[in-house]
Design a binder for this molecule. Structure first.
Ligand SMILES: *Cc1c(COP(=O)(O)O)cnc(C)c1O
Length: 368
């Protein structure tokens, strides 16, 4: 048996693009030389006076690239350390940073398990990086991610990043934590395993954040866009080994977190806001389960998958009719029929109680 890796086990530096290993990035205006504490900042060509649109001057200066209070609040929320936290403009940006940091442009590769979130492949394509697929399988109730297949494919193709969404989108299924741990162990020296937990607040399984200290090659993505109700604020978080987090911050655009966004994010992490979020999640789970039962009774609906997220994935013998029924009631759902293996599938987000009543009414009329 090998000794348990220590908390300070290094990140395998060879996984970072060679040309970025000592890249220092853009030097921000919010740093000053040591010595007398800085009090007059004349180094960034900001306006001396605030805008009339911003009488209190909250936005007069460039923000901190990684607002310390926000970073600390995330570290507290997930019982980790600030040096592991990277705040981005949505997890979308963190996905892009990971691809750009770990894969050479036009080379290396990523591995995904379709059906899955589209942004992994989009980021890879924009960087000229090949996308290797290990399709999930399903039994009309849940989906299975073939983590052994992901490891094998990553190794065979020399890929640098494996993306796994858990709970998955659009599958709604979680990948067991022990399988994620085994995948990361298998690829310890070869690739970074990114566990995207955009829907983690809705799931019962423990977060993969639990793997971070033991597995330097694990990255966990979280977001304020779903359960926290702030999709419009664009706040996504990468939790990574401190060495990798440091490189990601250097690769990131300057000042990625606008000051008003940081303030809003911080207030979403106060105790009352978090308690309200937990109540909303419970309500969503109740509404989801009711809608799931209702949908199973709709003629032609072949499958309503078990969901650990805030949506339901539905297969229908006549998806056209179902879409049409909902559209005539003004209800827009996600049509997934263009995706391989989902030619008969729709994804329905769980909305408010009133919205779910409207969905129910539309479905009843369809039944009649
Ligand atoms: C919605 C979603 C995200 C969230 O992206 P943001 O950029 O943080 O809004 C990330 N991953 C998955 C799988 C999602 O479904």
């Amino acid at each position: 048996m090998t000794a348990a890796p220590s908390r300070t086990a290094p990140f395998p530096a060879h996984l970072v693009r060679e040309d970025l290993r000592d890249f220092t990035g853009y030097s921000s205006a919010r740093t000053s030389a040591p010595g007398v504490p800085a009090s007059i900042w004349l180094n960034a060509n900001e306006s001396g006076e605030p805008s009339t649109a911003d009488p209190d001057g909250e936005c007069r200066r460039y923000p901190e690239p990684q607002p310390p209070a926000l970073v600390e609040a995330f570290a507290d929320l997930w019982a980790t350390t600030p040096d592991r936290v990277v705040v981005g403009r949505g997890s979308d940006e963190v996905i892009e940073l990971l691809v750009r940091t770990l894969c050479r442009p036009g080379g290396d590769g990523i591995v995904v398990a379709p059906p899955t979130f589209g942004m992994y492949a989009v980021s890879a394509r924009l960087h000229g990086v090949p996308v290797h697929e290990v399709p999930q399988t399903d039994d009309d109730l849940t989906w299975r991610v073939d983590t052994d297949g992901l490891a094998r494919t990553a190794r065979l193709t020399g890929s640098r990043v494996v993306f796994v969404a858990s709970p998955g989108n659009p599958t709604g299924t979680v990948v067991p934590l022990r399988e994620l741990a085994a995948l990361a162990e298998e690829l310890a020296e070869e690739a970074v395993v990114v566990v995207d937990e955009a829907y983690g607040e809705y799931a019962e399984q423990r977060s993969a954040i639990a793997l971070l200290e033991e597995r330097p090659n694990v990255v966990v993505l979280r977001t304020l866009s779903k359960a926290h109700g702030l999709a419009g604020a664009r706040i996504g978080i990468g939790l990574a080994h401190p060495d990798l987090a440091a490189v990601l911050r250097r690769v990131q655009a300057p000042y990625p977190v606008p000051a008003p966004v940081a303030a809003m994010g911080l207030s979403a992490l106060g105790p009352e806001a978090l308690a309200a979020t937990r109540r909303r999640v419970q309500q969503t789970l109740r509404l989801r389960d009711t809608a799931g039962r209702r949908l199973r009774d709709v003629p032609g609906v072949r499958a309503v998958y078990a969901s650990d997220a805030n949506f339901l994935l539905v297969r229908s013998d006549d998806p056209d009719a179902l879409l049409h029924t909902l559209a005539s009631a003004g209800i827009v759902v996600r049509d997934l029929r263009h995706q391989p293996g989902l030619h008969d599938a729709l994804r329905i987000t769980v909305g408010t109680a009133d919205e779910m009543t409207a969905l129910d009414t539309a479905l009843r009329e369809n039944l009649a």
